[in-house]
Ligand binder design. Sequence first.
Ligand code: IDP
Ligand code: MG
Length: 151
Amino acid sequence: MEKERTFVMIKPDAVQRGLIGKIISRFERKGIKLVAMKFVSVSKELAEKHYGIHKGKPFFEPTVKYITSSPVVAMILEGNNAIEMVRGMMGKTDPQKAAMGTMRGDFGQFIGRNIVHGSDGPEAAEFEINLWFKPEEISNYTRIDEEWLTE
Ligand code: IDP
Ligand code: MG
């Protein structure tokens, strides 16, 4: 399995509902490594770039409004197969359809308030990491449990 980095955002609804710790805790207990993190009041410009591929879709404007409505926690997570693993932990886009046990399934109710974002593939991960973080904001380090996470 390949070591990957992915961009994750704890969205405004989760920040407002006091779920930051619970969400980060799920990534920690899974053994995914945090390599960058910051609390961000998102500008309209950044939100529009982040959701650029959805421009023109009916949910584009409301989603930009949602993401800029309150601060978010932006993170880069690293681990084996991290992109797909994080998507799996988040669950389907619509919390009504997301399985129980996933973050969206456990914490959310509506597609327009779906708790968390994770890059959907390697290209998106690269684009989003570069959009949200400067290289010097990323920490390269080894966690003491890393050798116990793989065979
Ligand atoms: P994803 O976040 O699971 O990758 P996308 O289809 O990429 O889902 O959509 C990006 C975000 O836009 C969603 O997470 C959600 O916040 C919002 N969104 C997507 N579809 C809808 C919708 O039908 N109604 C309201 N918001 C939506
Ligand atoms: Mg997406």
